[in-house]
Write a protein that binds this ligand. Structure first.
Ligand code: FES
Length: 324
């Protein structure tokens, strides 16, 4: 049988050999083809690639967000719905909502919301946290924590990732601190100050030490997450002091907040900084140690320590655990 030439057949053949654009997921290193007109989220879900989408793809939660590592020029323009959320959350151009973005060429991307904890941190559908309370002049335990060598860590990451990592870190530290009866009073770059005993003075220092040990454990878990995503991680140093402070309302008239003021605050900060010199992770002052000596397991003791910005000598104790 003689088959006549049909130009439609030829068009079919040509269509078949035009490759579809691919999405490469990092760190999965998985490349898949995206069908014409399909959003990135639809491609992920069609092929069984886990991709969080709390609001069901309606540009309301931001949990489907991805960072485009390569091929941004192959992404569709932001539509109005994405534009609204991107403006509110100050997304950089590389941050895109997977539920609103389709592609016409190859892209490499990383999802930014990977587990339930990330969802809680990033979803715009999550209600705000309850505000903290405050008291008056009193003796409390003050905890300072700081990330070691964070500058080197953050220099190798895009700013958005740095903020994401910091938010995740602060969120985990906040949970441990709250669980032990304290609250984060202040953030200073990658550092934080937490207070224990403002509302319930009993065993405030022991609560702070428990929190400090819990924070070190939580950071170990965070390190595994960071190694997996970024191939590097960090450690922290913690300092605790027990002393008298005044809780005062600080700031411009329409932006005041309660915070702890007093020499005890400065001392706690200096105790934390001494970790760098001694290569320790959790140091407490002598006053703090007096409060927990029945319960704490001590590693090393450092007598006659000079603390930067303070006169006199101080005795510091490395806490490595609690007696059972
Ligand atoms: S799934 Fe909620 S914004 Fe995309």
């Amino acid at each position: 049988m003689i088959r006549l030439f049909d130009p439609l057949d030829c068009a079919e053949t040509n269509r078949a050999i035009i490759p579809l654009p691919t999405i490469t997921y990092v760190p999965d290193n998985k490349s898949v083809e995206s069908e014409e007109g399909e959003t990135i989220l639809q491609t992920s879900l069609r092929l069984g690639i886990p991709h969080t989408h709390v609001c069901g793809g309606n540009a309301r939660c931001s949990t489907c967000r991805v960072i485009i590592l390569d091929g941004l020029e192959n992404c569709s323009q932001r539509n109005n719905r994405e534009q609204v959320l991107a403006h509110r959350l100050r997304f950089s151009p590389q941050i895109r909502l997977a539920c609103q973005t389709s592609i016409n060429g190859d892209v490499t991307l990383r999802r930014l919301v990977l587990d339930a904890e990330d969802v809680e941190l990033t979803s715009q559908l999550t209600p705000d946290k309850t505000p903290i309370s405050a008291g008056e002049e009193q003796k409390i335990a003050i905890l300072f924590a700081d990330i070691r060598k964070f500058t080197a860590f953050s220099e190798s990451l895009p700013p958005y990732d740095v903020i994401h990592v910091l938010n995740r870190y602060f969120d985990q530290m906040g949970k441990v601190i709250n669980l032990n009866g304290g609250y984060i009073d202040n953030y200073m770059g990658d550092g934080l100050m937490a207070l224990f005993g403002v509302d319930h003075p009993q065993e405030s220092t022991l609560s702070a030490v428990r929190a400090g040990l819990g924070m070190l454990e939580a950071v170990e878990q965070l390190r595994a997450y960071l190694e997996n995503i970024y191939g590097m991680s960090f450690q922290i140093g913690i300092g605790i002091h027990y002393g008298e402070i005044v809780l005062g309302s600080i700031g411009a008239k329409d932006a005041r907040r309660m915070t702890a003021i007093g020499d005890a605050v400065n001392l706690a900060s200096r105790v934390e900084q001494a970790n760098k010199e001694y290569g320790t992770q959790l140091l407490v002052s002598e006053h703090a140690y007096d409060e927990v000596r029945q319960h704490a397991r001590v590693g090393r003791e450092f007598a006659d320590t000079a603390l930067k910005g303070k006169s006199g000598k101080y005795k510091l104790y490395e806490i490595v655990g609690l007696k059972t």
